[in-house]
Design a binder for this molecule. Structure first.
Ligand code: ADP
Ligand code: GLC
Length: 488
């Protein structure tokens, strides 16, 4: 089974969120299942400069406004997974993020930049760009890669089947109608049955409409996106795909997130050998100038600061958390108003609240390891990885009952505790009061060390490995390939 993954980011080279973590781990897990996997990525500086052993595959020539576009094949520096790098300096070689410039504004030519990514993905999938390797399945991730599905559809000789994974329906890649002309697609694609979305071009719709199968990153989110509440205007399109839409839960990359081997944290620990966890907490409190109290429940947050993540609820519930003796350590970046509010909360509560604005991978590990609990009060959450990292590190998740958080955290109800199934604390309403209720339960449980340890043990025993997810994707790929073969 040959599988080509098309995506805009990959850990550890370019990462804005969990998408990168998935692309860093899933290909290796699929290889573990016997697949022959390659990636195709835009030649952003952090990718083009880090991929090893690059050799030219071919010149594509001028396209999407770039005078020259080439394609190179190399391998990922850590895992060795083969990766095609799209060499288009005009579109990709610039300082800033993958989607936004240093000023925080979207790049003005994102339509060209990500149309090219999709175009190259599709033409690799049809065997035209690298005759030496032709995939059976093209697997595109999020709107950045979605155009690959439209270009495959436009391209009759294509033999690859396509899978489109929605990691977050809120980001859709919407462009002015006039941009349709630069895509080089026939007018039938600019219809409500295609890319058209309220007189705009929607890259997300290219994936939702033209992929053979649509997946998302948890079973609950797969159901939610067919509703008006979570569909971001695309719930009708999702419902229209019926049984073609399914959910495959993400996993944890145990090579990156494992407290027994993690060299980024103060001390290593494992189930049954938890002395290291207490040292991690003490080290974190010391690093952050928090009162070094072992008995104070320390709540952590590692997150993009966007309305999705519901962190305004944390601000609302903070007075109660502090009154009951809790501490808060937050690491995040994003919405300037949220950043300012958290910085102000830290200033007002020295020794009890610490806030770091910015992005720091190693610090995220120290925070997850050192905290007692991790807060994920999201308004919506396709999967969520930080609560999975929390479980693995015995850092109990306090989560809103939504999306992948439903599928991964078992609330500490009396019944779940009795059955020894509980792994964290959940709440329903997106209100500070509802979060406060869950925090009260967490803090009361923390005051009963035997009970807290029972939860930690159950949390750390969870198996969210990538192996299970890879097996599900393999089954999906096999179905699609056998359907293709029957149709031929
Ligand atoms: P999302 O992709 O919606 O941001 P996930 O929970 O799936 O949410 O993944 C977030 C990933 O990004 C995790 O690996 C988390 O540790 C990381 N992350 C988020 N914010 C930061 C930050 N400020 N510094 C370091 N890592 C961060
Ligand atoms: C998105 C989602 C997050 C998910 C991640 C990886 O960024 O917001 O819930 O875990 O993708 O699939």
């Amino acid at each position: 089974m040959r599988v080509l993954h098309v995506a805009a980011e990959v850990f550890p080279l370019v990462k804005t969120g969990g998408l990168a973590d998935v692309l860093g781990a899933l290909p290796q897990a699929l290889i573990g299942q016997g697949a022959d996997v390659r990636l195709v990525l835009p030649g952003l500086p952090a990718i083009a400069d880090a991929v090893l052993d690059q050799r030219p595959v071919g010149e594509i020539g001028p396209c999407f406004g770039a005078a020259r576009v080439g394609l190179r094949l190399g391998r990922m520096p850590d895992s060795g997974v083969p990766v095609y790098v799209i060499d288009a300096p005009l579109l990709y070689r610039r300082a800033g993020g993958p989607y936004q410039g240093p000023d925080g504004d979207e790049w003005a030519d994102n339509a060209e930049r990500f149309a090219l990514l999709g175009w190259v993905g599709a033409h690799l999938a049809s065997g035209e760009l690298d005759p030496g390797w032709r995939p059976d399945v093209l697997h595109a991730h999020d709107w950045h890669a979605a155009m690959a599905c439209a270009y495959l559809e436009a391209h009759p000789p294509a033999s690859a089947a396509s899978v489109f994974t929605v990691h977050n329906l809120a980001y859709q890649g919407l462009f002015p109608q006039g941009d349709f002309a630069l895509l080089g697609l026939g007018s039938r694609f600019m219809a409500s049955t295609g890319l058209e979305y309220h007189q705009q071009v929607s890259f997300m719709k290219a994936g939702l409409k033209f992929a053979d199968r649509v997946t998302t990153v948890s079973p609950t989110y797969a159901r939610e996106i067919g509703t008006a509440e979570f569909g971001f205007g695309l719930d009708g399109v999702i419902r229209g795909r019926g049984a073609d839409v399914s959910g495959v839960l993400n996993g944890v990359d145990g090579a990156v997130w494992n407290p027994a081997t993690d060299t980024a944290i103060a001390a290593r620990y494992a189930p049954g050998k938890l002395a290291g966890k207490a040292r991690c907490k003490f080290a974190l409190q010391t690093e952050l100038n928090l009162a070094p109290r072992a008995d104070a429940p320390l709540f952590g947050v590692v997150s993009r600061l966007t309305s999705q993540k519901g962190l305004d609820l944390v601000l609302g519930a903070l007075p109660g958390l502090l009154e009951r003796g809790g501490q808060l350590a937050l690491q995040g970046a994003g919405d300037p108003a949220l950043e300012a509010a958290f910085v102000a909360a830290a200033r007002a509560n020295p020794g009890a609240v610490s806030v770091r604005i910015g992005y720091d991978e190693a610090f995220a590990h120290r925070l997850v390891a050192g905290a007692d609990a991790i807060l994920v009060p999201s308004r919506f959450e396709p999967c969520g990885l930080t609560q999975l990292y929390g479980l693995r590190y015995g850092t109990l998740p306090v989560v809103r009952r939504v999306g992948g958080l439903v599928d991964t955290v078992v609330d500490a109800t009396d019944e779940a505790l009795q059955a020894d199934r509980a792994t964290g604390f959940s709440f329903d309403a997106a209100t500070p009061a509802a979060l406060d209720g869950a925090l009260q339960r967490a803090i009361a449980t923390y005051a009963q060390p035997a009970r807290w340890k029972q939860l930690m043990a159950r949390a750390m025993a969870q198996d969210f490995s990538w192996e299970g997810a890879a097996q599900k994707y393999m089954a999906l790929y096999r179905d699609l390939v056998s359907l293709r073969n029957t149709a031929d």
